[in-house]
Design a protein around this ligand. Structure first.
Ligand SMILES: C[S@@+](CC[C@H](N)C(=O)[O-])C[C@H]1O[C@@H](n2cnc3c(N)ncnc32)[C@H](O)[C@@H]1O
Length: 250
């Protein structure tokens, strides 16, 4: 994290969280109506495709925004439990408003930060984080929490921008660091892989690293998608998914 002049690390993290809360509270009411939301939804579906999802799966989306992924996993993919946390109370409110009555038992949204996830150890089979990780003041603490709430062998998928792939994305990151007070940084793919390892995941796999042009309302984007599994009690990773083919969207 870039030092904010005169602040300790703790107050710097609290400052970033506060700025993110305010920024996304303000954005939340319009979030689903911007052209960019088409792109965000595409990135979320593409990320979810990386999971080995089964009907009994429990999934968590960290930094869930207005809840598109959570609703998609519960509705289109029919999974047993889909949860989302977000630091912005207005994002959480907007996400809750979208829960259809017939899915109310299987969907949950909570206001919470990535470094203090309000679920017990080993609760989830899948943890997703899309377009949000670059806001986290302590990325290793966030990953440690994501690993804690995953069962042994459970899957993590992270979708992020890739500043090592284009000068444009590198420059955009520099611009956001100055303009958006809650923006921490985009990570070059190799560095993000190292951070995922430092969060306690073994052998993270870079599933996608590419430039996209004119896709889903977005002119240009450099993107990376990471997949990793939580180690078992003795360090080994296990796959206990009930459906190795994954589920098809209906
Ligand atoms: C650009 S939105 C992405 C939302 C959604 N994941 C998507 O792909 O469209 C970033 C979200 O991350 C949330 N966020 C930022 N910092 C966070 C933190 N430390 N913990 C949890 N959520 C956070 C914001 O409130 C916002 O809703």
């Amino acid at each position: 994290m870039q030092a904010v002049h005169g602040m300790t690390e703790t107050s710097e993290a609290a400052y970033k969280d506060e700025k993110n809360r305010a920024f996304f509270d303000d954005w939340a009411t319009k979030y689903d109506h911007f052209r960019i939301s088409r792109w965000f939804q595409h990135t979320q579906r593409t990320s979810i495709e990386q999971f080995n999802i089964g009907p009994e799966s429990k999934a968590l989306d960290v930094g869930c925004g207005t809840g598109f992924s959570v609703l998609y996993m519960a509705d289109a993919l029919g999974i047993a439990k889909a949860c989302g946390i977000d630091i912005s109370p207005v994002m959480v409110e907007k996400a809750r408003e979208k829960i259809p009555v017939q899915l109310a038992e299987r969907i949950e949204f909570r206001e919470a930060s990535s470094d203090n996830i309000p679920y017990p150890d080993g609760f989830f089979d899948h943890v997703l984080c899309t377009n949000s990780f670059h806001h986290y003041p302590d990325p290793v603490a966030a990953l440690t929490e994501m690993r804690r709430v995953l069962r042994p062998g459970g899957e993590l998928v992270i979708f992020e921008n890739a500043p090592d792939l284009s000068l444009y994305t590198w420059a955009w990151d520099r611009y956001l660091r100055l303009r958006e007070k809650g923006h921490v940084r985009y990570y070059p793919s190799r560095e993000l892989g190292d951070i995922i390892r430092r969060g306690g995941f073994e052998q993270p796999e870079l599933r996608l690293l590419k430039n996209e042009f004119l896709k889903e309302g977005k002119l240009f984007a450099s993107i990376q998608i990471w997949h990793a599994r939580a180690p078992g009690p003795n360090g080994q990773t296990k796959d206990r998914s009930t459906n190795n083919q994954g589920l098809q969207a209906q």
